[in-house]
Design a protein around this ligand. Structure first.
Ligand code: NAD
Ligand code: IPM
Ligand code: MN
Length: 370
C-alpha cells in the first residue's frame, strides 16, 4: 500500500479544533487498513508567529514543498492584530499559496438534501444546488505591486493595492474552469468588472480567446461581478462553474457558502500546475472559513469543511477516489440522520459538538466501508 506524505498545518483558533477531527479520521483510516499516511505537522499563522516571530518558517515551507498534499486549517485572530503586516498570520497562508504556485482554488458549494432548509434562502432556491467556484489564487490585488501605505508631504497617508493580471495567468485559470465544466454541466460563467477595470477587460478578452481556441464545446457566459453576487442569491442554480479573480472569488465564495447553510460546510482545494514528467501537482486543501475567534474553544465549530477538504486531498492528490466518495456519502448520511452543529441547526434543534460530528462521520464511514 502506498504511503502518502501529508503535512498538517492546523494554524489558529478553530483551525486547531477542526484539524483534530481530520487527525482522528486519518488514524481511523490507518487502523482500518484503508490507507497509509506519513504525517508531519507544523505551525502556521499566529501560532508560528508566537513561536518563531514569522507567520511560517522556511523549514515549514520546505516540508510543504516535499509533501504529497498539505492540509491547512485556518489562521488569524485578534491576538495578532498589532503584529507587523509582513508577519500577520494571513501572510503565512499567502506565502504558501504563492511560493507553491497554487493558482487554482476550487470551492465547491453543494446543498446536501438534509440541509435545504438550513440556508438563509428559501428551500426551492437552493435545493439540489451544486456549483463550483474556480478562484484565481496567486495573482490580482492580493499580490500586485505596489502595495503600500505612504505618507504624503501634506501629512495625508495614501494606501495602494494593485490589481494585476497577465495573459498567461488568466489563460491557465480559465482552462482549469473549462476542463472542470466538461465533466460537470458544461457551463462556465466568468465574472469580472470590465466596465471599470482594465484587468477586467483583459480577463474578459483572454477568457473569450481561450474558449474559442480550446473549449468551444463548453457554454461560456460573461457576467459583471456585482451582478454575479446578486444572481448568486437570486437564482444560484443558473450557475455550474464560476471562474473569477482572487478578490472577487474570495467574496463570492463566502456569499455562496450561505446557500449551503454555513461557511463551516465549504471545503476547497488549492492546486498547482501538473508536472508533465510525474503527472503530480502541488496541492493544499483548506476550508473556506477562517479561525472564527467568536466560537474558538467552545466546541461549536463545524468540522465538515475541514473533513471535506481532506476528502478533496484524497480525491485530487492521493488517488483515493473511492475513499473520498465514501467520506462524501458519510457526511450526507450524518446530516440525513439529523446530526447538526450549531451553525447548521434550525432554531430549537438539538446540536452536537465538533468532536461529536467528527465521531458521527467516522461511524457512518465505518458502515460505508464495511
Ligand atoms: P471566519 O470565517 O473566521 O468567521 C466568519 C463567521 O463564520 C463567524 O461568525 C464564525 O463563527 C463562522 N464560522 C466560520 N467557520 C465556521 C465553522 N467551521 N463552524 C461554525 N461557524 C463557523 O471569518 P472572520 O471572522 O472574518 O475572520 C476571523 C479570522 O480568520 C481573521 O483573522 C481572518 O483573516 C481569518 N481568516 C482566515 C482564513 C484562512 O485561514 N483560510 C479564511 C478566512 C478568514
Ligand atoms: C480565504 C481567506 C484568505 C483570503 C485570507 C485569510 C488571506 O479569506 O481563504 O478565503 O482572503 O484568501
Ligand atoms: Mn475568504
Amino acid at each position: 500500500m502506498a504511503t502518502h506524505k501529508l503535512l498538517l498545518l492546523p494554524g489558529d483558533g478553530i483551525g486547531v479544533e477542526v484539524m483534530q477531527e481530520v487527525k482522528k479520521l486519518i488514524a481511523w483510516l490507518e487502523k482500518r487498513g484503508v490507507a497509509s499516511f506519513a504525517l508531519e505537522e507544523d505551525l502556521v499563522g499566529g501560532a508560528a508567529y508566537d513561536a518563531h516571530k514569522v507567520s511560517i518558517t522556511d523549514a515549514a515551507m520546505a516540508r510543504a514543498n516535499a509533501a504529497d498534499a498539505i492540509i491547512f486549517g485556518a489562521v488569524g485572530g485578534p491576538k495578532w492584530d498589532n503584529v507587523v503586516y509582513e508577519q500577520r498570520p494571513e501572510a503565512g497562508l499567502l506565502r504558501l499559496r504563492k511560493e507553491l504556485d497554487l493558482f487554482a482554488n476550487l470551492r465547491p458549494a453543494i446543498v446536501y438534501p438534509a440541509l435545504a432548509d438550513s440556508s438563509s434562502l428559501k428551500r426551492e432556491i437552493v435545493e439540489g444546488l451544486d456549483i463550483l467556484i474556480v478562484r484565481e489564487l496567486t495573482g490580482g490585488t492580493y499580490f500586485g505591486e505596489p502595495k503600500e501605505i505612504v505618507t504624503l508631504e501634506n501629512g495625508q497617508q495614501r494606501a495602494v493595492d494593485t490589481q494585476v493580471y497577465t495573459t498567461s495567468e488568466i489563460e491557465r485559470i480559465a482552462s482549469v474552469a473549462f476542463e472542470l465544466a466538461r465533466v460537470r454541466k458544461n457551463l462556465v460563467h466568468s465574472a469580472e468588472k470590465r466596465n471599470v477595470m482594465k484587468s477586467g477587460l483583459l480577463w474578459n478578452q483572454v477568457v473569450t480567446r481561450t474558449h474559442a481556441a480550446k473549449f468551444p464545446d463548453v457554454k461560456l457566459e460573461h457576467i459583471l461581478a456585482d451582478n454575479c453576487a446578486m444572481q448568486l442569491v437570486r437564482n444560484p442554480k443558473q450557475f455550474d462553474v464560476l471562474v473569477t479573480d482572487n478578490l472577487f472569488g474570495d467574496i463570492l465564495s463566502d456569499a455562496a457558502s450561505m446557500l449551503t447553510g454555513s461557511l463551516g460546510m465549504l471545503p476547497s482545494a488549492s492546486l498547482g500546475a501538473e508536472d508533465r514528467a510525474t503527472g503530480k501537482r502541488k496541492a493544499m486543501y483548506e476550508p473556506v472559513h477562517g479561525s472564527a475567534p467568536d466560537i474558538t474553544g467552545k466546541g461549536l465549530a463545524n468540522p465538515i469543511a475541514q473533513i471535506g477538504s481532506f476528502g478533496m486531498a484524497l480525491r485530487y492528490s492521493l488517488g483515493l477516489v473511492e475513499v473520498a466518495d465514501a467520506i462524501e456519502r458519510s457526511i450526507a448520511r450524518v446530516l440525513q440522520q439529523g446530526h447538526r452543529t450549531a451553525d447548521i441547526a434550525a432554531l430549537g434543534e438539538k446540536t452536537i459538538s465538533t468532536t461529536e460530528m467528527g465521531d458521527a462521520i467516522i461511524a457512518a464511514l465505518d458502515r460505508e466501508l464495511a
